[in-house]
Design a protein around this ligand. Structure first.
Ligand code: PLP
Length: 405
């Protein structure tokens, strides 16, 4: 790594190495503050953030309205648990209904918890019908989280193998094989789960034919459809939910990441028929939907519905054009996929060295599925940021090419 690491940064890294469970291979940089699409390290060096904490910092860093609202909420009331009512949860739930068409919300604290809730209530639905079904059909390259249930429907064997045995009855189908999907879904299938646009799997939008196969198979067998919109949902592709662009009509939907703009919050949304099976005591979360989380979600949803969604939709083509200009100069780029503020750049080689070279130049991006560069800039990213990204990304690719010679 060419970067210079300061003394304080070295101390932070040393203490982390000594005391934090070593499950992350972190880049050797310590961030101290942020503003908009920029993060600043201990030396004051600026970085252009095109990963936004893995799709979380949707309003960028230190967003004035979000930080003021959080501070005011903290000074008023943070948490009461779900033993009582507070005024914000139903407000956020009704806004999610207005966006998604799904009438009921369960609040939790992360994407994986939202997926867990979906898996549990898919089973709960069939239990209530008096004809229990437990099998799940999931897609290859799908990612749904790291807790036991969501890990069971996550495809990557690398994540799964050390933690077995996982849930039984999960079948994985290639993400572009509609016939295999139709064959896999049966009258024993409780639900099909899919990301309408796969994030961790390499930024791969579901093909229309695959979406149609899911809809047909669910209709034919009664199986429920769970849309995991944790990464691609909530406006990230320039529409409220990516499933709608494919004609998918989920019975259950998992949300997280962008929803709290950095405050941990997850949500599972349910259709009437699934929600009807829920009874008091069926599921719970101590923190789920507390006032702080709901206040943050409310600011995000306010912003999204007062111009930000249109901004994302109009920024997508700018990013594509910028990436295409870069690709024209770098034959190692073999594909560009995405929409709005989620983009994947497929390389003909491992992407890790490019991520490292970009970091050296002050651009934060990440690698997924080995050969794919993923960009998840904040929703507020503007055309000047996009131009700067293109210059830095071009330089990073150039450096990697030069190293080979
Ligand atoms: C990130 C992600 C999750 C898990 O979210 P966490 O908040 O990390 O638990 C689940 N599904 C998808 C599609 C994701 O991208």
């Amino acid at each position: 790594m060419m970067m210079t690491t300061t003394q304080t940064a070295r101390e932070v890294i040393g203490l982390d190495n000594a005391h934090v469970l070593q499950t992350y291979r972190r880049a050797p940089v310590v961030f101290e503050r942020g503003n908009g699409c920029r993060l600043y390290d201990a030396t004051g060096r600026a970085y252009l953030d095109f990963i936004s904490g893995i799709g979380v910092s949707s309003l960028g860093h230190a967003h004035p309205r979000l930080s003021a609202a959080i501070a005011a909420q903290a000074a008023t009331l943070l948490h009461t648990s779900n033993l009582y009512y507070h005024p914000l949860q139903s407000e956020v739930a009704s806004r999610l209904t207005a966006l998604s068409g799904l009438p009921r919300t369960f609040f939790c604290n992360s994407g994986t918890e939202a997926v867990e809730a979906c898996l549990k209530f898919a089973r709960r639905y069939w239990h209530a019908q008096g004809s229990p079904r437990s099998e799940i059909v999931a897609l290859e390259r799908g990612f749904h989280g790291r807790t036991m249930g969501s890990l069971s429907v996550t495809w990557d064997e690398h994540y799964r193998a050390p933690f077995g045995p996982l849930l039984e009855g999960v079948t994985f189908v290639s993400q572009n094989d509609p016939d295999a999907l139709r064959r896999a879904v049966s009258s024993r299938t409780a639900a099909v789960i899919a990301e309408p646009l796969q994030g961790e799997g390499g930024v791969r939008p579901l093909e229309q034919a695959m979406a149609e196969a899911i809809t047909d198979a669910c209709e034919a067998t009664g199986a429920l459809f769970i849309a995991d919109e944790v990464q691609c949902g909530l406006g990230r592709t320039g529409v409220p939910f990516h499933s709608a662009t494919l004609g998918l009509r989920p019975d259950l939907m998992a949300l997280g990441k962008a929803l709290g703009g950095g405050v941990p919050v997850g949500a599972a949304l349910f259709s009437d028929r699934v929600a009807a099976s829920a009874a008091f005591g069926d599921h719970g979360s101590t923190y789920g939907g507390n006032l702080l989380a709901c206040r943050a979600a409310m600011v995000f949803l306010d912003e999204l519905t007062s111009g930000l969604l249109e901004h994302v939709a109009s920024t997508g083509p700018l990013i594509r054009a910028a990436l295409e200009r870069v690709a024209a100069r770098h034959p190692m780029i073999t594909g560009i996929r995405g929409a709005g503020v989620i983009w994947g750049v497929e390389l003909d080689r491992p992407a890790a060295p490019v991520v490292e070279a970009a970091l050296d130049r002050g651009l934060l991006i990440n690698r997924t599925a080995d050969t794919v560069i993923r960009m998840l800039p904040p929703y507020i990213v503007d055309s000047a940021d996009v131009d700067q990204m293109a210059v830095m990304f071009d330089a990073a690719l150039g450096a990697v090419t030069a190293e080979e010679k």
